[in-house]
Design a protein around this ligand. Structure first.
Ligand code: TYD
Length: 143
C-alpha cells in the first residue's frame, strides 16, 4: 500500500458487499477481514445534510476510510493533486474505500441520505490536511 503522499485516486476502490435478501428486508455486512485492508477503530455517520451542502473538503495523512450510502445517495469528488474522479454512492450494498492522501468533497446529498464511514483510527485533528495548498505540498506536486 503506498503512503499517503504517493497515493492516487485509482487506489480508491468501489467494493460490492454481500446482500442477504429477505421478504422482511435486506441485510448487508462489511466483513472486516475480507473487504477492508485495515482494522476499524471508529464508525461515524453523516445525516440531516441540507440540500446543497458540501462535506469533506480535506485530506487525511494516514487515515483509511470505507464509505457507504446507508440511505439515499451522494457524490464524492476525489483528487490526488494530479488526477480527479467523481463517484456516486447510491446503494447500501456498495462501498468506497478511500486511501490516505486523497482530497475529497462530498456533494449532492439526497434528502434523508446517510453516509456511513468505517475509519482506521480514532478522530485525530492532526491527521487532517484542511488547506488545498498544504495538500499539494504534502503530495510534493508544487513546482
Ligand atoms: P469533519 O471530518 O471536518 O467533517 P466532514 O468531513 O464530514 O465535513 O468533522 C466535522 C466536525 O466533527 C469537526 O469539528 C470534528 C468533529 N468530528 C469528531 O469530533 N469526531 C469524528 O469522528 C469526526 C469525523 C468529526
Amino acid at each position: 500500500m503506498p503512503t499517503g503522499a504517493s497515493t492516487s485516486v485509482y487506489d480508491c476502490t468501489i467494493l460490492p458487499l454481500k446482500k442477504a435478501r429477505n421478504r422482511a428486508g435486506n441485510l448487508t455486512c462489511v466483513d472486516g477481514g475480507r473487504h477492508l485492508t485495515y482494522q476499524v477503530r471508529r464508525i461515524y455517520f453523516l445525516y440531516d445534510v441540507p440540500g446543497g451542502a458540501v462535506r469533506g473538503g480535506h485530506a487525511h495523512k494516514t487515515l483509511h476510510q470505507f464509505m457507504v450510502a446507508a440511505a439515499g445517495s451522494f457524490d464524492i469528488h476525489l483528487d490526488d493533486g494530479l488526477n480527479r474522479r467523481v463517484l456516486t454512492l447510491n446503494r447500501p450494498d456498495t462501498g468506497l474505500l478511500i486511501v490516505p492522501g486523497i482530497w475529497r468533497e462530498l456533494v449532492n446529498f439526497s434528502s434523508g441520505s446517510v453516509c456511513l464511514v468505517l475509519a482506521s483510527a480514532e478522530y485525530n485533528e492532526a491527521d487532517y490536511i484542511r488547506s488545498y495548498a498544504a495538500f499539494e505540498e504534502f503530495k510534493c506536486r508544487l513546482q
